[in-house]
Design a binder for this molecule. Structure first.
Ligand code: AMP
Length: 303
């Protein structure tokens, strides 16, 4: 593992790799790494000659100041985790792994003036809830593409809408980069791993798997219920969870949205048959002051 924190150093390193005709895989992260991130890094190590992992808490994609301030920053532990993971990773092609940890000033030497628009894709789910979020994601991802010059870039399906946004970004800027979608890694109890999980109290962490449990039940319901009924049931079940289950005073799930959309266009569907590319359900839920997201596919039930 080679740790770099200067953009110029990264550019020089990847230029050499490119000149040698070798492939580069990029894994963008915001750190506080867990097995979910490591699964992306593992895929990248298998498929490329060189891997670049970036760790950067991107301020311009946060629309909530408190969320930005409280976002966990554990850079030393992250570096150790990657080093250990790389050492233990036997099934790999990559000979070199760079970890790029720029400061905000290094990433944005000039004030950011670019904005991106993604039309219908960002008018649903996370879009209305987090104004400016996807534009901020696009700015940082494009900057990382420019610096790391990857052939492939790895993204997790946990941030399902983000993948659609990145695909649209690539169409707009006409970069030839393969997007590799990686499945959600979950804890044994089903909770999708997330850096934000570390901020949950013990009681909230214990209750949190109810999100995925509810989503799985929704998938079963899809066999015999209409789309709108499933959506309503998920929202109501989570909102009423604290009335049916023993939770400490004041602790409850506050679902922000649960939407069932076409897997490619991300447009909400009215009937299961409308999802010509398959249907996915995406959810955002507040628990204990932490915003958690998750998703499920309905494809198997609907076959
Ligand atoms: P983040 O550091 O949260 O910005 O995430 C960096 C990348 O890791 C994104 O592409 C995420 O979708 C992905 N990721 C985060 N959590 C998981 C998970 N539990 N399983 C798979 N990928 C994940």
């Amino acid at each position: 593992m080679i740790h770099i924190d200067k953009a110029l150093e990264l550019q020089q390193a990847v230029e050499k790799v490119r000149n040698e005709g070798k492939t580069i895989g990029l894994v963008p992260t915001m750190g506080a790494l867990h097995e979910g991130h490591l699964s992306l890094i593992g895929r990248a190590l298998q498929q490329n000659d060189t891997v670049v992992v970036s760790i950067f808490v991107n301020p311009i994609q946060f629309n909530n100041k408190e969320d930005l301030e409280k976002y966990p920053r554990t850079i030393e532990a992250d570096l150790q985790l990657i080093e250990q993971y790389e050492r233990d990773c036997v099934d790999r092609k990559a000979q070199a792994l760079y970890v790029f940890t720029p400061t905000v000033a290094e990433m944005y030497p000039q004030p950011v003036t670019d904005t991106y628009h993604f039309g219908a894709i960002e008018e649903v789910m996370e879009g209305p809830q987090r104004p400016g979020h996807f534009s901020g994601v696009a700015v940082v991802v494009r900057r990382l593409f420019d610096l790391a010059q990857p052939h492939r870039a790895y993204f997790g399906q946990k941030d399902y809408q983000q993948i659609a946004v990145i695909r649209e970004l690539l169409r707009q800027i006409k970069y030839d980069i393969d997007i590799v979608e990686c499945p959600i890694v979950r804890a044994d109890d089903g909770l999708a791993l997330s850096s934000r999980n570390a901020r949950l109290s013990a009681a909230a962490r214990q209750a949190a798997p109810a999100i995925y449990d509810t989503l799985q039940q929704a998938v079963e319901m899809a066999e015999y219920e209409e789309v709108d009924d499933v959506k309503q049931w998920v929202m109501e079940t989570l909102a009423a969870y604290h009335q049916m289950n023993p939770l400490p005073d004041g602790l409850c799930f506050e679902p922000e949205y649960f939407e069932i959309v076409d897997a490619l266009t991300l447009q909400p569907i009215g009937q299961w048959a409308d999802a010509s590319n398959g249907a996915v359900g995406c959810i955002a839920v507040w628990l204990d002051g932490v915003r958690l997201i998750d998703m499920v596919r309905f494809d198997e039930t609907l076959k």
